[in-house]
Design a protein around this ligand. Structure first.
Ligand SMILES: [Zn+2]
Length: 256
C-alpha cells in the first residue's frame, strides 16, 4: 500500500510526515504518543485521500508491523457522524474527527504495548476496537477539560483551506450557517442547541417538546451553553453528555 512506500524513502525514526499542513494540536498529540510508544510508533503520516483508508471508510490506521500511524485529513472532512448523531457544526465535526482518530490509534498502540501478540491480527477483534473507542472517549474528555476547539487558522494549512473554500461557496446561499460556524470559533461551543437537542443522540434527555423548551430557557438564563447574538449553542461536554454540565442540564431540562 501507499503507506508502506513512504517507509522505503529512508525517513528517520520518530518522524512526522506532513506535506499538506495538519493541525498543530493533532501533530503535538501524536508526537507525544510516538515518544511514549516505546518504539511501537516510528512514524506518523498525514495525508489526504489514502486509498486503503478510503476503501474501509477509515479516518486513520495504526500499522504495528510498519510502526506507522497514518491520518487521512480528507476523511476528516467527509465523515459526518458528529454532525449527524450529535448535531455538531462542521468545524467541530472535522476537529473531533481528527482528535478522536488520533486518540483511537494511540489507544491501539497502548493495547499492543500491553499485549504484543495483537500485532499478529490482520483485523483486530471487535472487543479491542470497542476498548480503543472507550479509551479514546475518556482521553477526549480529558482534552476538553483544558482546551477549546481551535480557530480555523489554527487547524493547519490543509483543513483551513478546505473549510474556508467550503464556507465561501456556502455563503452565497446560506450565509446564516457560515456566520454560526464562525461565531463559535475558538470556544468550547460546538452545536446549535435546538439541533443538538432534537438529535437522537442516545442521551435521551430531550425526548419531549417541553424538555427542549426547558433547555432553551436554561440557556437564556445563562445556566447551560451560551447565547451569541440570536443563536443558542451547547458546549462539547454538553453535547457529548460528559462532565458536570450534564447534570445541570438534565435538571434544568426537567427530564428526570
Ligand atoms: Zn481501531
Amino acid at each position: 500500500m501507499g503507506k508502506e512506500q513512504l517507509l522505503l524513502t529512508g525517513q528517520k525514526n520518530g518522524e512526522i510526515v506532513d506535506s499538506l499542513g495538519a493541525p498543530p494540536d493533532i501533530i503535538r498529540i501524536l508526537s507525544t504518543g510516538m515518544e511514549e510508544s516505546e518504539g511501537l510508533v516510528e512514524m506518523v503520516v498525514f495525508d489526504a485521500g489514502v486509498p486503503d483508508l478510503k476503501d474501509t471508510n477509515s479516518l486513520a490506521a495504526y500499522l504495528p508491523d510498519s510502526k506507522l500511524i497514518v491520518i487521512d485529513l480528507a476523511q476528516a472532512m467527509t465523515q459526518r457522524s458528529w454532525m449527524n448523531e450529535r448535531g455538531m457544526l462542521l468545524i467541530s465535526n472535522v476537529w473531533f474527527n481528527l482528535l478522536f482518530a488520533a486518540l483511537h490509534e494511540l489507544a491501539h498502540v497502548s493495547q499492543v504495548m500491553d499485549e504484543p501478540e495483537l500485532k499478529e491480527f490482520e483485523t483486530l477483534p471487535k472487543e479491542f476496537e470497542d476498548e480503543a473507542n472507550r479509551m479514546a472517549h475518556s482521553a477526549l474528555e480529558g482534552w476538553m477539560e483544558n482546551h477549546v476547539i481551535p480557530y480555523l487558522n489554527e487547524m493547519g494549512r490543509w483543513v483551513e483551506k478546505e473549510l474556508k473554500s467550503l464556507f465561501n461557496e456556502l455563503y452565497v446561499s446560506m450565509p446564516k450557517i457560515v456566520k454560526q460556524e464562525l461565531a463559535i470559533q475558538g470556544t468550547n461551543l460546538v452545536a446549535l442547541a435546538e439541533d443538538a437537542a432534537r438529535k437522537d443522540n442516545k442521551i435521551g434527555r430531550y425526548d419531549t417538546e417541553e424538555s427542549v423548551e426547558a433547555l432553551l430557557k436554561a440557556i437564556d438564563a445563562g445556566k447551560v451553553g451560551a447565547k451569541i447574538g440570536e443563536e443558542r449553542y451547547l458546549t462539547a461536554a454538553e453535547v457529548l453528555g460528559i462532565g458536570a454540565d450534564c447534570s445541570l442540564k438534565k435538571e434544568e431540562a426537567g427530564n428526570e
